[in-house]
Design a protein around this ligand. Structure first.
Ligand code: FES
Ligand code: FES
Length: 184
């Protein structure tokens, strides 16, 4: 006899400055909900067990592997995904420097590296090479190697300090619906 489907829980959270309400099963990972329910597919599934960093997002400003965070854990908290790093089409200096520094090939690891690098530069705008390598140690790349990635984060650090910090993301606590109404 088929088992009863588990009850879904109602979760309310902020993602990239916008309010999101969704239903999820208690067993579902944050990565699964982001990609399959909310269509935020920038965070990638590499290993799905917390080893590669491709699924990195910021939870209250701290980098986490979203494949090993339960979606129910984000109730009332603030998330930033790779979709929230650029500002209305203007790339963040980290993204721009990855492009200019050819710091990617297949790109599967790239969202995780960029989000992890943002977490570092938000806290420490002028990190040493060692600090960059340490902060990115949980992110694996199987194509590019790490030198171009580290050089690109160094270049982004210089650019941010020179004053090209991008404008902030959309207004916090504004719903998608409110934003759509304002644009009408
Ligand atoms: S997919 Fe999450 S750490 Fe690899
Ligand atoms: S660019 Fe392919 S895994 Fe990093």
């Amino acid at each position: 006899m088929p088992g009863k489907a588990p009850a879904k829980m109602a979760i309310s959270t902020t993602i990239n400055g916008q309010n999101y309400d969704f239903l999820c099963e208690p067993r579902q990972s944050l990565l699964e909900v982001l990609r399959d329910s909310l269509q935020l597919t920038g965070a990638k599934e590499g290993c799905n067990n917390g080893n590669c960093g491709a699924c990195t997002v910021l939870l209250d400003g701290e980098p986490v592997n979203s494949c090993i965070v339960l979606a129910v854990e984000v109730q009332g908290r603030e998330l930033t995904t790779i979709e929230g790093i650029a500002n209305r089409g203007e790339l963040h200096p980290i993204q721009q420097c990855f492009l200019e520094g050819a710091a990617l090939q297949c790109g599967i690891c790239t969202p995780g590296f960029i989000v992890a690098a943002k977490a570092l530069l938000d806290k420490k705008p002028n990190p040493s090479e060692e600090e960059i390598r340490f902060a990115l140690a949980g992110n694996l790349c199987r194509c590019t190697g790490y030198d171009k990635i580290v050089r690109s984060v160094q270049a982004a650090s210089e650019r941010i300090q020179a004053g090209s910090t991008p404008k902030q993301n959309p207004q916090p606590n504004q719903t998608n619906q409110q934003q759509a109404q304002q644009q009408q």
